[in-house]
Design a protein around this ligand. Structure first.
Ligand SMILES: [Zn+2]
Length: 223
């Protein structure tokens, strides 16, 4: 009897489609070390599960480069042959990330585009949404909402709202990452950004991320 490969059980991960395949990475898995980083965590996070949609068969593939440390509650979006991963929960203590990584589905290589930092950019947070958009023919990633710590985090985004919960706060930040320049930008000079950054256009911090994403999508549809 031939054995059929099945990925290990997990939760708080994402599975995204690129072409005819589904790509599943990370999540909370049995035996995943609850540490910032060590060899075992890196080993467990250096594989991607691939499902061919036409056959329903899963295969596990090794990857090269360093995978993100935000292994659960991260946000993921696809542009062409690359999957982008933003932020997430590290899996120990109160450690959240605002790093952005790309994963190339042709080379299976990870690339850190923007490191985790408490100095600038989106909050270090989990539970964000992320969508890929084109503005004036250029690729952008919009990172929307999420939850993070109110202390030791990046400065609040002007115009964004933050819930009043103690320590772990929800927010309705909207950040744009411009692929061409490799930077999170803050600009209200482009119409669609102006729309997003207007306080009364934003979803409330209390809105669920799915609601945030659909609200943002509807903004794009009316531009
Ligand atoms: Zn950590």
């Amino acid at each position: 009897m031939s054995s059929i490969y099945q990925p290990v059980e997990r939760y708080h991960h994402s599975t995204v489609q690129v072409g005819d395949c589904l790509y599943m990475w990370g999540g909370v898995q049995p035996g995943l070390p609850r540490v910032h980083n060590n060899e075992k965590k890196k080993l467990m996070c250096s594989v991607v599960e691939v499902c061919h949609v036409s056959t329903g068969e899963w295969v596990q593939k090794p990857t090269t480069g360093d995978p993100p440390l935000g292994v659960s509650f991260y946000a993921a979006a696809v542009i062409r042959n690359e999957i982008f991963f933003f932020g997430g929960y590290c899996g120990h203590d109160k450690c959240y990330h605002n790093s952005l990584y790309s994963f190339n589905v042709d080379t299976f290589n990870w690339k850190e585009l923007s490191p985790t930092t408490s100095y600038c950019g989106p909050w270090m947070k989990d539970g964000s949404g992320m969508i890929a958009i084109k503005v004036n023919g250029e690729d952008y990633l919009a990172v929307i909402g999420g939850c993070g710590l109110s202390f030791n985090n990046t400065p609040p985004q002007p115009g964004a709202q933050y819930s009043q919960d103690v320590n772990y706060q929800r927010c309705n930040e909207v950040h744009m990452y411009r692929l061409k320049s490799g930077q999170f930008i803050f600009s209200n000079s482009i119409g669609v950004f102006r729309l997003l950054l207007m306080a009364d256009s934003r979803p409330t911090p209390e809105a669920k991320v799915k609601g945030l994403v659909s609200a943002i999508n509807s903004l794009y549809n009316i531009r």
